[in-house]
Design a protein around this ligand. Structure first.
Ligand code: PRP
Length: 184
């Protein structure tokens, strides 16, 4: 285990198993649409979701397009600024395609809400969201997120795409950071 990690919350094996299940659900849900000649596009929210997206895409047994957009709200801070900005838009049109927006973490829900509106205005055939993790801080379960991995505690977590000051994204597991790392 990395010396800056306090506790592993989800192991590499647990993450892999859950992603296989999510991939199977997506495969089941879109098989008819693909058979009818329609398209499925996964849209990754950079940067944190890139690793989840790469594994999720390979757990889906259907042809999928993959596109990427980037937003910023947290920067290098541990608290959201409350303002979501689009930093990089999609490379391809999603009009008429079934879209699954892929996030690594839903916290306040602000980013998801911003992106839902933005993507919906581009006239996809349908729009759903997938997140590997969500924090449930007195808000109730985010029912509008169809594909969900794990609920996680309201702590500072890193690994498997999630960073602190752009570090730890390449850890194969998800864990909490030792407080002395972010208080020094
Ligand atoms: C994280 C995460 C989500 C967002 C969720 O991104 O990847 O996009 O915060 O927070 P919210 O639900 O409170 O809006 P971050 O800004 O840390 O960027 P990154 O993906 O590049 O690490």
């Amino acid at each position: 285990m990395h010396e800056d990690i306090q506790e592993i919350l989800f192991t590499e094996e647990e993450i892999s198993q859950r992603i296989q299940e999510l991939g199977q659900s997506i495969t089941n849900d879109y098989a008819n649409a693909i058979a009818a000649g329609e398209s499925l596009a996964l849209v990754c929210v950079l940067r944190g979701a890139a690793i989840f997206m790469a594994d999720l895409a390979r757990a889906i047994d259907l042809p999928v397009e993959m596109d990427y957009l980037a937003v910023s709200s947290y920067g290098n801070e541990t608290k959201s600024s409350g303002i979501v900005q689009l930093q990089k838009g999609l490379s391809s049109s999603i009009e008429g395609k079934h879209v699954v927006l892929v996030e690594d973490l839903i916290d306040s829900g602000l980013t998801l809400s911003f992106l839902r509106k933005n993507l919906a205005s581009r006239k996809p055939a349908s729009l759903e969201a997938a997140t590997l993790l969500w924090k449930n801080v007195g808000k109730g379960c985010p029912r509008d997120i169809k594909y969900r991995g794990f609920e996680c505690p309201d702590e500072f977590i890193v690994g498997y795409g999630l960073d602190y000051a752009q570090q730890y994204r390449n850890l194969p597991y998800i864990g909490t950071l030792k407080p002395q790392v972010y208080t020094k």
